[in-house]
Design a protein around this ligand. Sequence first.
Ligand code: GSH
Length: 216
Amino acid sequence: MALELYFHPLSSYSQKAVIAFYENDISFEPNVLNIGDPVQSAEVKALWPIGKFPVLRDETRGVTVGEASIIIEYLALHRPGPTPLVPADPDAAWQVRMRDRFFDFYVNDQIGIVIADRARPVAQKNTMDVEAARKRLRTALDVIEAEMATRTWAAGDAFSMADCAAAPALFYANDVMPFADSHPHTMRYHQRLSQRSSYARVLKEAEPYLHLVPKE
Ligand SMILES: N[C@@H](CCC(=O)N[C@@H](CS)C(=O)NCC(=O)O)C(=O)O
């Protein structure tokens, strides 16, 4: 039975997981969520009460897998392919996981705070949270800039789970805090990611929805 993925093409965490499927040519049944649809939302919550996506359902094993990183770990374990997104060597693996967490917490989640605020009515804007998020994002970009001065991919020479996290995170970061002039190594890395066929495909599939991203 096919793996079923609940996701949305615009969602950065969904994109992160889908990149992993495409990297290793793993087939799945796409369940594209219609955001705001209460029936679908209840369906996701029945599987994963937190209600966030992506969520993977593997009916064959009778398991539900939440969290994009854990979906990637699950695929690495049960559907290994030519691109080992989580290295077998434990010392290489912790470095991938550390950078994966870094892109999630200090880039992606901070962007989420800024973009969510754009959609709020003026009276409900949270300037303090947005300022703190932008500050954390700036610090994160500085860290990435220093690392990417000497690297091809986030954790070294091999494309990994950390790059799956980085691709959508940097796409949205460049909208929230354009970094071409201030962070040239990061920009070149962002361009390398955009040319990677797995992510290029994800980006193409997101295109029809991009107008839904709240603007400044
Ligand atoms: N920690 C989760 C975060 C997932 C997440 O925040 N997903 C967003 C879409 S990118 C979401 O579900 N938003 C809808 C909501 O929060 O209700 C992961 O790594 O998968």
